[in-house]
Write a protein that binds this ligand. Sequence first.
Ligand code: ZN
Length: 150
Amino acid sequence: MFATLPTWTVERVDLLKAHFAAGLSCRQIAAEIGVSRNAVIGKLSRLGLTREKSGDEFRPRKPRERRGRPVPRLQYEMLRQVYDETAFTDTPVISEQRCSLFELSKERCRWPVNSENEAFAFCGNPPLAGLPYCTGHTRLAYRSLARRAG
Ligand SMILES: [Zn+2]
């Protein structure tokens, strides 16, 4: 059994490929070539030319949804790294060099520490490079961030 006329002449196939490459939808290609949309879809699949979803319209991929994070990514990654390294040493943080607000500097952990003797003090331990807290307090900071991020 032969169909009366072949739908897909060489010229039409070339057009089909060209339009497909140009990003036209199946419906648009069909209108351009003068065949049915189903014929376009069928021919494309036979040629192995498929898009992500072999549907109608050409849809550009959605960019990944960005998760709202409360801290800059780099810092978050650093915190996570520290947390991973120290996750199994769940010892309380000892702040031996507590200092006041006015004594804080880049060389001192600025985690607030409540104590009975002092009204208000900061940890004062040497902080990790690039972070405002010492190892133990970085871990605590990460925990609270992780909770917030859900
Ligand atoms: Zn600290």
